[in-house]
Ligand binder design. Sequence first.
Ligand code: GAP
Length: 443
Amino acid sequence: MDELVALCKRRGFIFQSSEIYGGLQGMYDFGPLGVELKNNLKASWWESMIYENDNIEGLDSAILTNPLVLKYSGHEDTFSDPMVDCKSCNLRFRVDQVPDSCKKEDLTEPRQFNLMFKTNVGPLEDGESFAYLRPETAQQIFTNFKNVIDSTSKSLPFGIAQIGKAFRNEITPRNFIFRVREFEQMELEYFVMPGMDDKSHDSWVQKRLDWWVAQGVPMDSIELYDVPKNELAHYSKKTIDIMYKFPHGLEELEGIANRTDFDLGSHSKKQKELNIKSNVAANKDSNSKLAVQDEEGNWVVPFVIEPSAGVERGFLAILNEAYNVENLDDGNSRVVLKLKPHLAPVKVAVIPLKKNNEDIVNLANEVKVKIQKLGLGRIIFENTGNIGKSYRKHDEIGTPMCITVDFESLENKTVTIRDRDSMAQSRIDISDIPSFVESKIKS
Ligand code: GAP
C-alpha cells in the first residue's frame, strides 16, 4: 500500500485533499493521471451497462436529497454504525475497528452514529430547511422510477444505472482511498417481476465478475461472500459481496443485493393496493405509484437486483493488480503499471529523438495530432530529449505504447513503437499508426 500511495503522489494520480492546510480526513483529490484513469473506469462501466444493454437507461440525479426520501428509504433510522470513545486517547472508533492499543476499560458503551451528512438549504440556518448529501446513488433511481418508465416506455425486466458521488460520515476513514467520506458509486437498479429475482441475481453476479476480470482484476484475487442473514442491510433478502484481496486485506469491492420490492414499495403511494411483499412503513407523503401492471392488469411492485460498486475501491484494486517491479537484464529494475490499455491514463506518448531538431519535432507533433484525432483518450507529446527517462516515466504511469520519431522517420516515414509490457521495439509506417494504435487500445 505504501508503494501505491507513493506512486500516486509522485506521478499525480491522487493527492490528499486540502493538503496545503493539513488535509481533511477521509478526502482525496484525483490528479491529472488519476482523473483520466477514473474517467476511463467509469466509461467502461457505463458502456457495459447502458450501451451494451438496450433495456438499461442512464440517470444523473441530484446529490442534495429531500429528507423524506431518506426517511422512507429507512436511512434516517438505520444507516448508522455503533461507535465507542476511548477515554485514554480521546479518539472515536467503530466498534469493530478499535485498535489494540486502546484498553477495554477505557472504552465507553457503544452508541449509534448516523452516517449521513446534512446541509442547510436556502438562506436560513434554522435547522428546518435542510437536505442530506446522498449516502448512496440508488435512492433517486427509485424516486425517478415512474419518470423513466413514462419517458422511455420500458417494460420489465429493465434497469436504471447511475454513476455519482455519495457521502458517508465514516467514523474511521482509512486505508488510503478504500474507506473515505466522499466517494463515487456505480450503481444499477435492475427491475424484475417478483419470482424472477433469484435467477436475475445469479446472472448479475456472474456478469459483474466478468467485468472486473476485463478491467484487470483476476479471479484469483477475488472471493465471493454470501452475506449472512444477520449482516444483511435492512432492504436485502440476499447479498453477494465481491471481495478483493486489497493490500490491507480481503474486503468488499462491490455488493450485489436483492433489494426485493422494499424500496419501490416504501416510496410508493397507495401501498395497500400493491400487494407489497416487504415490510414497509406507511407512506403519507409520496405522490407517485411506483408499480407496473401485469398482463391481467394487476398492480405489481417489481423486485430489484442491485450491483453497486465503488469507483475508488475499483481504482485501488486495478492499481494494485497493475503495479509491478521488474528486474531487468542490465541489473536495473523498473516499475511498470500493466494497466489494461482502455484504462491507461495516457494511451500513447510520442517522443522526438532530438528535442532541438525542428524537422523531427514537427513530424512528431504531426503524429501526435493524428493519433489524438482518433478519440481514444489522452496522447502526450513528450519532448524531454531523454528517451530512456521518458520510457521509465511512461512504464510507471502505464502508457501502453511509446512512439519515437527519429532521423530515419524523416527519410522513410516510419517510427519506432515500444511496447510497455514486453519492451519490444518495432518499426512501422506512419500511415499504419492509426489502425495499429486503435487495435491495441481497444483490444
Ligand atoms: N446502494 C447500495 C450500497 O450503497 P454499500 O455496500 O453500502 O451498498 C456499495 O456500498 C459500494 O460502495 C461498496 O461495495 C464500496 O465499493 C463502495 N463504498 C461504500 N462505502 C464506501 C466508503 N466509505 N469509501 C469508499 N467506497 C465505499
